[in-house]
Design a protein around this ligand. Structure first.
Ligand code: SF4
Ligand code: SF4
Length: 101
């Protein structure tokens, strides 16, 4: 798939730019703890083109992640895309928004 088409799948929900942890059958994401480069107003990354050099924790969302990553929330457009194609193999987990302090 072309880069632009792949990028367009993202709904820009911003959930993957927040602190998160996988606990059994849940993905817990802290809505109050975003990456320092995440802009809450525009719901986008302030350094998107160079994000991997700015942020060690930033991960490219590729096909492998869409298929296998436990850390992507079930609402992520890539997870849904992979499910629709029969390509999602990670355990189904519930999204829980909570404080991770
Ligand atoms: S650097 Fe990565 S994790 Fe941080 S806001 Fe940008 S895309 Fe999200
Ligand atoms: S969780 Fe998925 S849909 Fe939401 S911003 Fe991240 S990659 Fe895009």
């Amino acid at each position: 798939m072309k880069h632009e088409k792949w990028e367009a799948i993202c709904s820009r929900c911003g959930l993957c730019c927040h602190e998160k942890v996988v606990l059994d059958d849940m993905v817990v994401i802290d809505p109050d703890k975003a990456c320092e480069f995440y802009d809450e107003d525009t719901k986008s990354c302030r350094v998107y083109e160079d994000r991997f050099s700015y942020c060690d924790r930033c991960r490219k969302i590729n096909l492998k992640m869409a298929m296998f990553s436990p850390i992507l929330p079930p609402t992520c457009s890539y997870v849904r895309w992979a499910e629709q194609k029969g390509l999602r193999f990670a355990k189904k987990r519930e999204l829980v928004l909570g404080n991770l302090d």
